[in-house]
Design a protein. Structure first.
Length: 78
């Protein structure tokens, strides 16, 4: 059996956070907005050793959306 040397070769299910990436396997997982931002940042920091470039872009987009949500919540008068 040939071994793969691509990005997927180093990925393991334990390293990938499918709840953040795909909204799957989120059993009883509820984060406050700050925890979600921290978790997204940690996953992005894993880089291409765990995620494909497309998945990293998805995580970055989710982080940007979460940051925008926080900015909206912090506006005066809310």
């Amino acid at each position: 059996m040939a071994t793969s040397t691509g990005v997927y070769a180093e990925q393991t299910p334990a390293e990938r956070n499918e709840c953040l990436l795909l909204s799957q396997n989120c059993k009883d997982q509820v984060d406050d907005i700050y925890t979600r931002m921290q978790r997204l940042s940690r996953e992005i920091d894993k880089g291409t050793r765990v995620y494909t470039p497309k998945e990293l872009e998805q995580l970055r987009q989710k982080l940007a959306e979460t940051q925008e949500m926080l900015r909206e919540m912090e506006k005066p008068g809310r």
